[in-house]
Design a protein around this ligand. Structure first.
Ligand code: PBG
Length: 323
């Protein structure tokens, strides 16, 4: 017998061959596009660190959602930037809050577009932290009330899925209870279950104007050194009733996406965050990386690791490429 018997290159000889043996695929329906909404009209303000992304007033947001919907993407996730911030994040759960108004407008224009909302307080607090400050730190249980109120107001305004990103303990149970009590048994919860205190959120905080004014988020978001703890976080959110679980960021945490996929029966999502997007775009702008190839490789890697759903600022361009 001549060596080698196995020639792996046989299955790579042509695109039809490669296509037939391809293990993983991307589809527009797996992508969720994050969008930032601001008060006003006719506003389309570029986010300098995130080329192609904007702060949008509601009228412009509806147009953007229309485009995304036409490309067949899975859904959009909305982030609000209010007119005014205060100590009690009142804009987060106001019936006339920016996200609530945006939801009603998009729901009216595009009844079939899947609408997800980020449930958090950091865009709405004057100090930029994700909850109520008591003695210099975010108070867990007081914050749960704000989160539950926000989730219910989002559901009432038309959200299909609410996605708590605050990392308070017990928030999924608190939100589930509040939704059920208000008659929103069918509103699903996508828990940002394993969310790290990551440097890769930098550009987002410019986009959402949500940088903490003192300290950092390490007393509530996870330590990047910990993987076992991520499984415990996800276990807790699953037991509290989360319908979908998320790992965030994505590329630096592919190991955890894989572990989560193997361990839980629910859909696993991964958030390719602002910093992951921006660093790739920066290299593209310098001519150091090929845009389409680098984008698609990053997305298929997240998919190969086990993500069923990818939240990504590339959602529209990737969907367009997939045709
Ligand atoms: C809100 C929130 C953040 C992101 C999503 N929801 C920022 C943060 O925790 O500071 C980050 C998203 C991104 O970087 O693209 N808490």
């Amino acid at each position: 017998m001549s060596f080698p018997i196995h020639r792996k290159r046989r299955l790579r000889v042509s695109e039809p061959m490669r296509r037939m043996v391809r293990e993983n695929h991307l589809e527009p329906s797996q992508f969720v596009l994050p969008l930032f909404v601001v008060p006003g009209e006719g506003i389309r303000k570029p986010i300098s660190s995130m080329p192609g992304n904007f702060q949008l007033s509601i009228d412009e947001l509806v147009k953007e959602c229309d485009k995304a919907h036409a490309l067949g993407i899975g859904g959009v996730i909305l982030f609000g930037i209010p007119d005014a911030k205060d100590d009690s994040a009142s804009g987060a759960y106001a019936e006339e809050g920016i996200v609530q108004r945006a939801l009603r407008a998009v729901r009216r224009a595009l009844p079939k577009l899947l609408l997800i909302t980020d449930v958090c307080n950091c865009e709405y607090t004057s100090h930029g932290h994700c909850g109520k400050i008591v003695n210099g730190d975010v108070d867990n249980d007081a914050t749960l009330e704000w989160l539950a109120a926000s989730a219910v107001s989002h559901a009432r305004a038309g959200a299909d899925i609410v996605a708590p990103s605050d990392m308070m303990d017990g928030r999924v149970a608190a939100i589930r209870g509040a939704l059920d009590q208000s008659g929103f048994q069918n509103t699903a919860i996508l828990a940002y279950a394993a969310k790290y205190a990551s440097a890769f959120y930098g550009p987002f905080r410019e986009a959402a104007e949500s940088a903490p004014q003192f300290g950092d988020r390490r007393t509530y978001q996870m330590d990047p050194a910990n993987g076992r703890e991520a499984m415990h976080e996800m276990e807790l959110d699953f037991e509290e009733g989360a319908d979908l679980l998320m790992v965030k960021p994505a590329l630096p945490y592919l190991d955890l996406i894989r572990q989560a996929r193997d361990r839980f029966p629910v859909p696993i999502s991964a958030y390719q965050v602002s910093g992951e997007f921006s660093m790739l775009m920066a290299a593209v702008e310098r001519g150091w990386l090929e845009y389409e190839r680098a984008m698609m490789e990053s997305l298929i890697s997240i998919r190969r690791a086990g993500a069923d759903i990818i939240l990504t600022y590339f959602a529209c361009d990737a969907a367009r490429l997939l045709g």
